[in-house]
Design a protein around this ligand. Structure first.
Ligand code: ARG
Ligand code: ZN
Length: 474
């Protein structure tokens, strides 16, 4: 989905193509000697993110994903139809999707059946007729089989993870293609609809709002609608035995919480505080970005982490108050404002961790200064390996280590100390507002800080983000 910040640039390119017949042919557009005629080429097989070089693709912009599927936990068998609506951003004679799921039985583009090639995670499509810049097109992929997990550079698993009563579905940073063909990069957001048919008695919980739930012949079909743009890695349609509670926050946001009965007792404190957390963060960061909130608390011992799945963070074990605060804060920082490159991960994890520190203080626990100075943070010895990696580029193995989380949060606390509360919270709110439903890079954040504070912060960000070693002055 085209992001607001880029819309101006995209229009400028289109304008150039229109005047191309007079003077300047657009690089990717007109053929030499025949300005204005399409010049077809293959969309890039990658967006060029060095941490995951196969992730994402070029040449089109996805608007909407619709997946309709059945899943039986007894056999782990899925039968699915995915419908992807996109707009060509260049004249295309070929494009790729990212897909690591089961066997494909058919693929159509605008109703025409097509051959396709699968090469690793690349699903290569050759549309005929070819697609022109600006043209909307619809890809329908039918597939069936047993989807499974994907292993990350840090050894953790994600994707489609079968559990003893269903499946735990998470996708950061590269898991969603395990079960859905996507343009799998946070720079191409889209709206989503999931229609999941599961054996009666089980619940399928997706992002967004529940549109319908219908039982027939021993199967229940759940339809979930995500109405705000979402990065592919934040998608979930998790299946299991769940106790469901629906309520609203004091400010009127619908809350949908699904908990595995075995996790109810251990999660009670965290669940009870969801409305208060959302309202606290809204008072600091600006309006909650989505039409609903909630949580999915499952039992997936092999996963061992939580994820900020959009509108409903997901937990693989009982949710603690701190982790619940962290995942809900991600709805602003990570979900609504996503990283432009995975090396920008501190913009997600540092912000969510700092919000967690703030909530702890608000809740009567340690102050943020105490947490900053603790032995897991600034109190770590300068010789610790914790300080020996560049925060702005931690590498794929350390994306989810304490480095982006704790050093990221410390960077924000140091920034707050330097600029004062007024400028600091103005920056956090402006970051959420100006990049809403979009993505941004570390350089954009630095530029915003300098603009809002009127100060040159090169030396500050240099010691916190770009140098190894424990910062001593800033
Ligand atoms: N972003 C998640 C969190 O901090 C962690 C995701 C970890 N993912 C992974 N593949 N290890 O809440
Ligand atoms: Zn996080």
């Amino acid at each position: 989905m085209t992001i607001p910040q880029l819309r101006g640039a995209a229009l400028a390119t289109v304008a150039l193509v229109t005047i191309g017949s007079m003077a300047i042919p657009d690089a990717a557009g007109a053929a030499p000697g025949n300005p204005g005629a399409p010049r077809y080429s293959a969309g890039a097989a990658s967006v060029g993110d060095p941490y995951f070089p196969d992730e994402g693709n070029g040449g089109y912009d996805v608007q909407h994903y619709d997946i309709n599927f059945s899943y039986d936990p007894a056999t782990r068998f899925m039968a699915a139809t995915a419908t992807i609506t996109a707009i060509a951003t260049q004249d295309l004679d070929r494009f790729n999707l990212d897909f690591r799921g089961p066997e494909i039985s058919s693929l159509t583009v605008d109703g025409h059946a097509h051959d396709f090639i699968r090469d690793g995670q690349e699903l290569v499509v050759t549309p005929r007729p070819k697609l022109k810049t600006g043209q909307a097109f619809t890809v329908v992929v039918r597939y069936a089989g047993v989807p499974g997990p994907i292993t990350d550079p840090d050894g953790s698993i994600e994707g489609w993870v079968p559990t003893d009563d269903g499946a735990f579905v998470v996708g950061e940073p590269q898991g969603t293609p395990a079960w859905l063909p996507t343009n799998d990069h946070p720079t191409d957001k889209a709206t989503f609809r999931f229609t999941a048919k599961v054996p009666e008695g089980l619940t399928a919980v997706g992002n967004g709002q529940l549109l319908s739930e219908e039982t027939r012949d021993g199967w229940t079909t759940f339809t979930w609608d995500s109405t705000e743009p979402m990065a592919t890695y934040l998608a979930t349609i998790t299946i299991g035995t769940f106790v469901v509670t629906e309520s609203t926050t004091p400010s009127g946001i619908p809350v949908y919480v699904a908990i595995d009965p075995r996790q109810v007792a251990g999660s009670a404190a965290a669940v009870a505080q969801i409305p208060r957390m959302v309202d606290f963060f809204a008072s600091k960061f600006g309006p909650y970005p989505f039409a609903s909130t909630g949580a999915i608390i499952d039992r997936a011992p092999d996963v061992g982490y939580a994820l900020e799945t959009q509108t409903k963070p997901i937990f693989s074990s009982p949710a603690s108050v701190g982790t619940m605060a962290h995942e809900l804060a991600h709805q602003w920082y990570g979900d609504s404002v996503s990283p432009q490159r995975w090396s920008d991960i501190w913009l997600n994890e540092g912000f969510a961790t700092y919000a967690q520190w703030m909530y702890t203080e608000y809740n009567g626990g340690a102050s943020v200064s105490q947490t900053f100075n603790s032995s897991s943070n600034y109190g770590r010895a300068a010789s610790s390996s914790f300080w020996q990696i560049v925060l702005a580029d931690p590498g794929p193995e350390d994306m989810f280590s304490s480095i982006p989380y704790n050093r990221g949060a410390m960077t924000l606390h140091a920034l707050r100390g330097k600029l004062g509360d007024d400028a600091f919270f103005r920056i956090l709110r402006e970051w959420a507002a100006s990049r809403r439903y979009s993505h941004a890079a570390t350089a954009d954040f630095i530029a915003l800080c300098e603009r809002e504070s009127g100060r040159n912060l090169t030396a500050f960000f240099d010691v916190w983000l770009f140098q190894k070693g424990k910062p001593t002055s800033w």
